[in-house]
Design a protein around this ligand. Sequence first.
Ligand code: NAP
Length: 259
Amino acid sequence: MDLGIRGRTAIVCAASKGLGRGCASALAAEGVDLVINARGAETLEATAAALRGAHGVGVTAVAADITTPDGRAAVLAAAPAADILVTNAGGPPPGLWSDWSREDFIRALDANMLTPIALMQALLPGMMERGWGRVVNITSQSVKAPIPALGLSNAARTGLTGFVAGTSRQVASAGVTINNLLPGVHATDRALALDEGVVKAEGVTMDEARARREAGIPARRYGTPEEFGAACAFLCSTHAGFIVGQNILLDGGATSATI
Ligand code: NAP
């Protein structure tokens, strides 16, 4: 299926690896020119070169911390009239509800709620003026069903979800859609770090930790960045113009719910 977005320009945040890279790669495969971002310049440049080589699209790499005002300004300056925005940043660390300080919450809110909101506030007016735009926010299954050790993520991402619920309905008439993709466990460095947490807490090997987590997923495996990227590219396509303000779970069935 031709997604109808060849020649469009996308900003994909936090995209040197993992889910962000999966999204960038799927968009590049559809002929979308990219601005990709991450803090570490070396991995980011290597990803940019790989995407250019594989898909022949323009890829600008902006090494910056997207959770800072300067970082966001640098990314936006590279594509001030982007047609597509994929927001993403690292997830907050796991912990216990009683231990988090105000500063911990502010950091989580900055990264996983206020940064995507600031990026949308910067780009939505132009998208609306031009009559077309797509925003996909990478959030988490923790929005639908809380993950107790990830209380900072549960809290910050739910705040973003509330903002999107209202805002998506205010911009849809201008041809702009905003939706959220909710990853369950995917095989990325982030998942490995959480496996390591299980290793430490329960004294098992990495293979056992992964097998335990896979056993809790009806699909009995972790998702892949490629699957995640394909879903993102579809939401950014011309065909997805009637999908507005949705929260789409990609979790292999892990969240047991009827709707
Ligand atoms: P990952 O494999 O660790 O990749 C994270 C990417 O984000 C890297 O490119 C990293 O590069 C970049 N990044 C991190 N912090 C950044 C910042 N402040 N500014 C700019 N770039 C930044 O992680 P992932 O698995 O793809 O996860 C992506 C998001 O999905 C996270 O918020 C995570 O919590 C959430 N999520 C993941 C899963 C999963 O199973 N993988 C499940 C639910 C939710 P640098 O380090 O060089 O900046």
